[in-house]
Design a protein around this ligand. Structure first.
Ligand code: UDX
Length: 429
């Protein structure tokens, strides 16, 4: 099929390359000429395992091109909208880019084609946008994505489920999306056809649930801290109940990234607009618990060093999660910022996110690895659970004072204590 993808950020670029790898002819459109140049040259503008190979193979096949010229979508049968919806005023989603993309498509897409929203939007957006397109006989569907950074290709080509939101009785949109996703459907991926508002809600509800799960266990960590209980053992025990499940029950410094924090705030803001803010009032609490964990790490560091002013703090991990160079709303960066504000000297390292962090927070000292960061430190703080930090042994680090604050609860407390370290986790006795 002839497809276009409007917005070639993380989601759009991966989607475009993945669709071309399935045999579709894809044109990716982005307003940023530098991004278009890089993608056209096979240079990924972000870190994602396997993406460079996929991008290059799709470019080499001749089925994938990138441009800044929106009129290039004129030949496409299906147009995916994958532009960003950043956090705007009072946590509400800023829809400037979505509105501009749909206005542009209303002008350049051919009558009879289908626009498919993938961006995460406040519920009710699709119905509003459809009105702009139907006047030109262009249909609209919503097809949320659930891709996780680090697993973006697998999550795009073989997701847990595919959701189509379509206007009442639009079987033609369903048929066309079935043709786009023919391979995944043939492999048995479940597809659910719902109405437009449900499709929009599926995405934010899923992210709200995941964020709530993390904040729930982090709330238990707060209880564990004043009772001597161990939150990791608690998570193992409750996680054995199949109705609860062990995944997303890792207590620590909390969630960050480009999706969960922004999506729960936008959801709460949208519910308030709709007059049902009380229904998701708990999401404000989920956000507050999450932010308190960052402050707790700073408190543990202060406890360890006595006075933060002038203390030398080694910080292991800057990305919001391992296998990513993404520092958007990263808990680690927030902790670093708070430590700096209190006068600490922060020596930071990360296998992939150092340069991104340095642009946002130039006042830290950045070094190549954990051993260098820890040398001479008053305290070592682990904030992103990269495999190389999980595998650290006490003898690998030579700080001035042997204190390890494990902000992700991934090290074995007994092993570190046996070597004379003070070990502090989050919610661990
Ligand atoms: C998330 C959703 O998982 C994905 O479905 C959606 O499409 C986009 O948002 P992502 O942002 O890539 O994906 O990260 P994810 O793996 O979900 O982790 C989010 C954050 O939660 C990370 O900061 C991670 O460290 C934290 N987390 C995760 C925990 O603190 N504890 C856990 O148990 C799991």
């Amino acid at each position: 099929m002839l497809l276009s993808v409007i917005g070639c950020g993380y989601l759009g670029a991966v989607h475009a390359a993945a669709m071309a790898s399935l045999g579709h002819e894809v044109v990716g459109v982005d307003v940023d000429p530098e991004r278009v140049r890089a993608l056209s040259a096979g240079e990924p503008p972000f870190f994602e395992p396997g993406f460079e190979e996929l991008l290059r193979a799709s470019l080499d096949s001749g089925r994938l091109t990138f441009t800044t010229d929106l009129s290039a979508v004129a030949g496409s049968e299906v147009h995916f909208v994958a532009v960003g919806t950043p956090q705007g005023v009072d946590g509400a989603a800023d829809l400037t880019y979505v509105d501009a993309a749909v206005a542009g498509l209303a002008e350049h897409a051919r009558p009879g084609s289908l626009v498919v929203g993938k961006s995460t939007v406040p519920v009710g957006t699709a119905v509003r946008l459809a009105a702009h397109l139907t006047a030109r006989d262009i249909a609209l569907a919503w097809n949320p994505e659930f891709l996780r950074e680090g697993f973006a290709i697998q999550d795009t080509l073989k997701p847990d489920r595919i959701v189509y939101g379509v206007a009442d009785g639009d079987t033609s949109a369903v048929d066309r999306l079935d043709a786009v996703y023919a391979q995944a459907l043939a492999e048995g991926v479940t597809r659910l056809v719902v109405d437009l508002p449900t499709a929009e809600l599926v995405k934010v509800a899923a992210n709200a649930f995941l964020a709530t799960k993390i904040s729930f266990i982090n709330a238990m960590a707060e209880i564990a801290e004043v009772t001597g209980a161990d939150v990791t053992a608690l998570a193992d025990a409750i996680g054995h109940d199949a109705r609860i499940g062990r995944r997303f029950l890792n207590a620590g410094v909390g969630f960050g990234g480009g999706c969960l924090p922004k999506d729960i705030r936008a959801f709460a803001a949208r519910a308030e607009e709709l007059g049902v803010g009380h229904a998701v009032g708990f999401l404000r609490e989920v956000d507050a618990i999450n932010l308190r964990r960052r402050a707790r790490v700073v408190e543990l560091v202060a406890d360890a060093v006595g006075d933060l002013a002038g203390a030398r703090v080694a910080l292991l991990g800057l990305a919001f999660k391992p296998d990513s160079d993404d520092v958007r709303d990263s808990p680690a960066l927030d902790v670093a910022r708070q430590l700096r504000a209190a006068g600490a000297h922060v020596v930071a390292t990360d296998p992939a996110a150092r340069h991104g962090a340095e642009r946002l927070l130039p006042e830290l000292e950045y070094v190549v690895d954990a051993a260098t960061a820890a040398r001479g430190a008053d305290v070592v703080v682990l904030l992103t659970e990269w495999a190389e930090y999980r595998g650290l042994q006490p003898a690998d680090l030579e700080p001035a004072t042997r204190v390890m604050i494990d902000g992700r609860n991934v090290l074995d407390p007994a092993a570190w204590r046996a070597e004379g370290w003070v070990y502090r986790g989050l919610g661990r006795a």
